[in-house]
Design a protein around this ligand. Structure first.
Ligand code: F6R
Ligand code: MG
Ligand code: MG
Length: 373
């Protein structure tokens, strides 16, 4: 049965880079649009947008099928498969790399692609920002989501908008142990920070309104993809570049409050070979390609108003001189950290590197280590 609420699903996968891991070829996006258009014609989708964040193909869809819909997940899977065929013909790098299983079995979660989706009742005005990052991990959203929904120095509304004054509820996942906990802020702010500061283990999955908010309590106001390819496949198969959806305005953080955290090019893990710390750069769509040292990590922000389920857009939110200073700072930080070469903390600690030769080196030197008295 069709539902009245709207669902927005952002599903992404790297199905082939051009060249190397830098960006997505137009042919892949065209193929994806073809599939999406057909699904819209057939009534499965209300609307869609096809974008790329670096080498990741991004399918942003609105529909009335709810979250975890086999129809929508199946559509995304088939679209990635079709794009993979094109990538193979063009011999693009890592063609099909994020499609970890041979056959789709009802739900795309755990099969390779990253996914952020939420179902909610459309308000009179429903602004939505879709963030897409490349060359980093889901924990890279901890800092901005915390700032947006819990930091009064970022979000003035937490102090001066009576509807937001009571704060928000954070759903935090332990992505290694596959556990979740709900934390209420501002009351449990320090507990939240104790967890999410460890961003490779604890990630914010969703944010909900509090009981005092006029918004439905069970409808998320933000959602982040938390797929970790490393844990899905049991070995390194590519980066788990994350995406997020954030609703804004009228009792939620304003669009400008949602974008504000990105004025700081904060440090994230990923970058070259998924094994380095570096600054995240907010960029316009036209710079959504990774170059220097396969990066630096990037984020794009696509802005929409939702009208009767339709994603009216796209506004390229970081295409603005207001973010020039963040971009300049990011380049200076990139230069500075890069100078450390293979040394931590530029290079990640051994446990967090996506791949490492250390075991081989240790094996080779096995017989040569001598006891130190
Ligand atoms: C991929 C990534 C890249 C690659 C690197 C090596 O998301 O982060 O930095 O890890 O380019 O790639 P391969 O092993 O494909 O040559
Ligand atoms: Mg790639
Ligand atoms: Mg990528």
């Amino acid at each position: 049965m069709e539902k009245e609420k709207i669902t927005v699903s952002l599903i992404k996968a790297d199905v082939g880079g051009f060249p190397g891991h830098s960006t997505v070829r137009a042919e892949l996006k065209d193929k994806a649009k073809e599939r999406m258009e057909k699904a819209k014609r057939e009534g499965l989708l209300v609307s869609y947008h096809v974008l790329n964040a670096g080498d990741d193909l991004q399918l942003l869809m609105s529909h009335r099928k709810g979250v975890d819909s086999p129809d929508i997940h199946g559509l995304a899977w088939e679209t990635f498969e079709a794009a993979t065929e094109v990538a193979k013909e063009l011999k693009l790098h890592g063609a099909g790399q994020d499609l970890l299983v041979d056959a789709f079995s009802g739900n795309i979660r755990g099969m390779g692609p990253g996914i952020a989706e939420m179902e909610f009742t459309e308000r009179g005005s429903e602004p939505l920002i879709a963030f897409m990052m490349d060359k980093t991990e889901p924990g890279a959203f901890n800092y901005p989501i915390y700032k947006i929904f819990a930091d009064p120095f970022n979000t003035a509304g937490l102090v001066i908008d009576p509807v937001m004054h009571d704060g928000f509820v954070f759903e935090v996942w332990d992505i290694k142990e596959k556990k979740e906990v709900f934390l209420r802020c501002p009351e449990e702010l320090y507990d939240l920070l104790a967890l999410i500061g460890a961003k490779s283990k604890y990630v914010i999955k969703r944010v909900y309104p509090k009981e005092t908010s006029p918004l439905p309590k069970d409808e998320p106001v933000a959602v982040i993809s938390t797929e970790k390819l490393y844990f899905t496949a049991g070995k390194y198969v590519g980066k788990d570049d994350p995406v997020a959806l954030v609703r804004a305005q009228s009792g939620l953080p304003a669009v400008g409050e949602v974008l504000e955290p990105f004025s700081l090019p904060y440090l994230v893990s990923g970058w070259m070979r998924g094994s380095h710390n570096g600054p995240i750069i907010p960029v316009p769509f036209r710079y959504s390609q990774c170059t220097r040292f396969d990066g630096p990590p990037r984020v794009i922000a696509a802005g929409f108003q939702i009208s009767n389920g339709k994603l009216v857009g796209t506004a390229d939110m970081f295409d603005d001189p207001a973010f020039d200073l963040a971009r300049r700072k990011a380049q200076e930080i990139a230069d500075y950290v890069r100078a450390h070469g293979p040394f931590e903390p530029h290079r990640l600690p051994v446990e967090e590197m996506e791949y490492t030769t250390l075991p081989d080196v240790l094996k080779k030197l096995e017989g040569r280590f001598e006891k130190v008295e």
